[in-house]
Ligand binder design. Sequence first.
Ligand SMILES: Cc1ncc(COP(=O)(O)O)c(C=O)c1O
Length: 482
Amino acid sequence: MLNDQRSAPLFAALIKHARQNPAGFHIPCHGQGRGLPPELATPGGQSLCALDLTELPGLDDLHNPTGPIAAAQELAAKVYGSDRSFFIVNGTTVGIQALITALVRQKKVIISRNAHRSVLGGLVLSGADPVYVLPDIIPGFEVDCGVTPAVIRQALAASPEAAAVLAVRPNYYGVTGDLGGMAGAAHAAGIPVLVDEAHGAHLRFHRDLPRDAMEAGADASVQSTHKLGGSLGQSAVLHLQGALVDTDAVAAALRLLQTTSPSYLLMASLDLARRRLSLQGGELMERVLCLAQSVRAKLAGSGNLRILTADCLPGENCALDSSKLVISVRDLGLTGYQVSQLLAARYQVFVEMADFYNIVAFISTGTTPEDCDRLVGALQDIAARDKLSVLPPQPAAPSLYKRIMKPRDAWFARSRKVPLAGARGEISAEVVAVYPPGIPVLNPGEEITGEIYEYLLLVSRLGLACQGPSDPTLKTIKIVVE
Ligand SMILES: Cc1ncc(COP(=O)(O)O)c(C=O)c1O
């Protein structure tokens, strides 16, 4: 057992990573400081640690702000076009959980089935009852492109008692569906649209980027400013507008769920990121989009790498955040996971994510032209050296699911791990999602139907990567014991 108290393994791993001169295409977008507002690096000539403070006189209180935090939030609301904005120190995750807890409570909520796992946390905390709707898929990349307004209208007709619609926009791959249409459908039913906009803090600052949620008519959105807006990791902002959302209830839920010791470094980074984006956002995003375009152009000639473009999207109301590079490596005969690992091990190039068919590289304010050259060079080298055999197609995931109990009830029920072979017909106690498209085939409280069971057997046999289950190899699965 590790017992050398002189070691600091995490710190050492971070230093080792930083020393290998990595080219990073991942969050947080500041690229190890390069894309941070410059004032944050040495604030007023002091070390950054000089700002690591607490609720001292003059420094306000996040949970009941009346001074500089209130003013900073008000400025954020102005630039993002909301009625009220709240700083968050535990990521979009806690913002989504607060929205569900405050605005859905124990009622039904229409949810895009590709929702991030933070939504499950909100459902478990509140006892809300999800009605899942399926997004469309972009053929070839197998990436989702949002739920259509017609599907939302149908779900609302079947569940008129729903308290809200919850959308993910943009998704992890930078694709935005028809949020205006979804909002129209929800508002016609008198309920709000809540948007997981973790990947959208930069959108409003350039005309070539998709509209953001506030502009498209959402009632609430949560943005991970740390991901693409240039603040420190974990910092995020929640925006509200209109009369369909209860601002006081959301504030109360945030008080309930957030730490009582919010980091002033995180909050200051949100303040500075907002200032920088509002004063120079157009310029910054222009540079980001030019860099992304240059990578696209250089890779366009590599016959066996295909990049997701707006032309691939079905429907004119879908759009693409083209600062994200979704690169299909399928024709190389390698999985996205393999290419991501090769990039890291051989070239010290780190992408944000990989799935079976694709890698996803984020170009952002911390990205340099040299980083982009390294990405292009490494991919071209892999394409020339590493072609394997033809990649077998991934099995199609079942789209039908059978809800037996609420996620909260399944979460708190007794559960046990059983071999997958014995799980047919049982109730799942956990999420199982395969990427792409990352849409769960199972959520807690849903039946492991015959069709799902056969699919999971195949996934396990092929060794496909799964997210959510306690045993990612799927040899065992957690079921509810009633
Ligand atoms: C679509 C989506 N929603 C929500 C989140 C959670 O955001 P955070 O990490 O800021 O809590 C993520 C994080 O990756 C995400 O990709």
